[in-house]
Design a protein around this ligand. Structure first.
Ligand SMILES: [Fe+2]
Ligand SMILES: [Fe+2]
Length: 256
């Protein structure tokens, strides 16, 4: 997209977001669709500093929408499952992470940083070959080893770009760590894992379970969360798991 087109597009989106005639559901759709185009560009941009810069306004738009409309998050979440876009995963993980972080009390710049961190959590997959990323069916051990390097690759990429904050780097490098200490690459556990990485660990799994890929049938939100709670709970921060439940099912997060 050329800069002039992008500006036109942005003002078109802004008009619609500020309109008093559109309902919150339609606005959620406008925001999601328009962000998808921008996010696609971000991931193809070889200049990661520029991508980080470009991503911030997208996240700010989401945060602004969440503030303006109490129902925003539930509408965004309802748009987040069951589709096929390549870049959807990162944007969906951002939406879920913003909802979860807000429920956990993060505000302002921290919330923005969270959205950005989630958007870039898998940036290291740029360095993993497409054959592995798109393989249908299980990976062999050598392929799996490559795939499991994406947190390190991501950290390397972000370290070369001074706009990436430590929190964004941590979410990228630590999002496959497990609360119980048996994740990768560092095998750190519990509170040693950056809170953003603990959030992304959870929203990443939830998104993978509920999204249609070529070789699986998506789980319903209830089934996915039940499975996480019953079979995988040791991997995740228990407080965050409770909060995710309240975000997804719209109950007020009263202290359990
Ligand atoms: Fe990942
Ligand atoms: Fe991911």
């Amino acid at each position: 997209m050329r800069d002039s087109d992008r500006l036109n597009y942005k003002s078109y989106v802004q008009d619609r977001m500020n309109s008093t005639e559109l309902d919150v559901g339609t606005k959620a759709m406008v925001l999601k669709d328009s962000s998808m185009t921008l996010v696609e560009e971000l991931f193809e941009n070889p200049d990661v500093n520029q991508a980080l810069n470009g991503a911030r306004p997208v996240i700010q738009d989401f945060v602004k929408f969440m503030r303006a409309e109490p129902e925003a998050m539930s509408h965004l979440i309802s748009l987040s499952s069951h589709d096929f876009y390549t870049y959807n995963h990162s944007l969906d993980v951002s939406v879920y992470s913003l909802g979860l972080a807000e429920a956990l009390g993060f505000q302002g710049v921290d919330l923005e940083e969270m959205g950005l961190a989630a958007l870039f959590h898998d940036i290291g997959k740029r360095q993993v070959s497409l054959d592995i990323l798109c393989k249908k069916g299980p990976l062999d051990p050598a392929e799996w080893t490559q795939m499991q390097k994406h947190p390190q690759f991501g950290l390397m990429i972000l370290n070369q770009n001074d706009l990436a904050s430590d929190a964004v780097k941590a979410a990228c490098f630590e999002h496959h760590e497990s609360f119980a200490g048996n994740g990768y690459p560092q095998k750190i556990s519990g509170q040693e894992i950056h809170p953003f990485a603990r959030i992304v660990a959870l929203t990443d799994t939830y998104d993978a379970m509920t999204t249609q890929r070529s070789y699986n049938t998506p789980m319903t939100p209830v089934d996915a969360l039940t499975m996480i709670k019953e079979k995988l709970s040791a991997r995740y921060d228990p407080e965050m798991l409770r909060a995710l439940h309240s975000v997804l099912f719209k109950m007020k997060n009263q202290a359990a």
